[in-house]
Write a protein that binds this ligand. Structure first.
Ligand code: DOR
Ligand code: ZN
Length: 345
């Protein structure tokens, strides 16, 4: 195997950039390696309207250091009050790439999400008509459902009914964490894709809980059993065009993570490509890294892959900072618990 690997410049199909000081600190970590990213709208308040998405896009571009190239692909946060006309106009103008569905209460800043799925039916039908994809945080939040079962139950109770009721709606199951979700995607040829994060290829639930609680491995959906991690690795490294990279890199300050009730999120923007190269090499699939990180996502979204390339080279283990500094406080970089030999040159 060669010690150098050149790929089309990758994109991140699920990213949290936040706002203000945090945005300024984390944006270069992504823009250094990635050409484009789907930008999550779960700010406080959330990005609900086309006008809000336009303002947020301007703030992102303002925060981009001189000399860096990066295209934010904006999303709208679906609420029970979302106006289908506003969304259609924002999509037609090219401002908005997709819409994000958070079940109310599922995760960070999801209080304005959807509780009654019938209320968003007109929006979903409009999206199917205009070809605007729906990015789904696929977890039910009912108190009687075990947190480790939330994703599988969501598929049965919410996702499958929505897809049946809305033919032609293109759906991305975001950050899948189970073999159940990977199998559901595989079983449905049409209008369905899934993003997989870097961290869910590396950790299982033991890493969060064994030998003391590890807040920096806590994210949502929470990592599951080892058999699920292995199923995600098989999906990501398969080359199957329905699976693509969405890091869900989600910065929180250490002060917010290291609490009696700490925030969910792993910050992986800084070292994602080194980790992915290591994972794909371990699984004998380095030749499929480009499909996962740079080809399958654009194909799903109907966008051309990037023309530029990046080159990864293999050598002595690369070291990354333990944390990045922000004006709000340090943000810990995800620790993959293994030496990383591939660096972006
Ligand atoms: O771990 C997570 N962090 N999962 C999410 O769905 C949201 C994200 C965040 O915004 O921090
Ligand atoms: Zn996310």
């Amino acid at each position: 195997m060669s010690d150098s690997l050149t790929l089309r410049r990758p994109d991140d199909w699920h990213l949290h950039l936040r706002d203000g000081a945090m945005l300024r600190a984390v944006l270069p970590e992504t823009a250094r390696h990635f050409a484009r990213a789907i930008i999550m709208p779960n700010l406080v308040p959330p990005v609900v309207t086309g006008a809000q998405a336009s303002d947020y896009r301007d703030r992102i571009l303002d925060a981009l250091p001189a000399g860096m190239q990066f295209q934010p692909l904006m999303t709208l946060y679906l609420t029970e009050e979302t106006d289908p006309d506003d969304l259609a106009a924002a999509h037609a103008s090219g401002l908005v790439t997709s819409v994000k569905l958070y079940p109310a209460g599922a995760t960070t800043n999801s209080a304005s999400g959807v509780s009654d799925f019938d209320k968003v039916r007109p929006v979903l039908e409009r999206m199917a008509e205009i070809g605007c994809p729906l990015c789904v945080h696929g977890e039910v939040v009912d108190a009687d459902i075990d947190i480790f079962d939330r994703e599988a139950v969501f598929i049965d109770r919410v996702l499958d009914p929505i897809r049946r009721a809305t033919p032609g709606l293109r759906v991305v199951m975001e950050h899948i964490t189970t073999k159940t979700a990977a199998a559901y995607v595989r079983a449905h040829e049409k209008d369905l894709g899934a993003t997989i994060t870097t961290h869910h290829l590396v950790i299982n639930r033991n890493h969060i809980l064994v030998g003391g609680i590890k807040p920096h491995y806590y994210c949502l959906p929470v990592a599951k059993r080892e058999e699920h991690r292995l199923a995600l690795r098989a999906a990501a490294t398969s080359g199957d065009a329905r699976f693509f990279l969405g890091t869900d890199s989600a910065p929180h300050t250490d002060a917010a993570k290291l609490q009696p009730c700490g925030c969910a999120g792993c910050f992986t923007a800084t070292n994602t490509l080194s980790i992915l190269a290591e994972v794909f090499e371990q699984d004998g699939a380095l030749d499929r890294l480009e499909a996962f990180a740079a080809l399958n996502g654009p194909a799903f979204y109907g966008l051309p892959p990037n023309e530029e390339t990046i080159t990864l080279t293999k050598g002595a283990p690369v070291s990354y900072p333990d944390h990045i500094a922000t004006d709000e406080g340090p943000v810990t970089v995800f620790d993959p618990m293994m030496p990383l030999h591939w660096r972006v040159s």
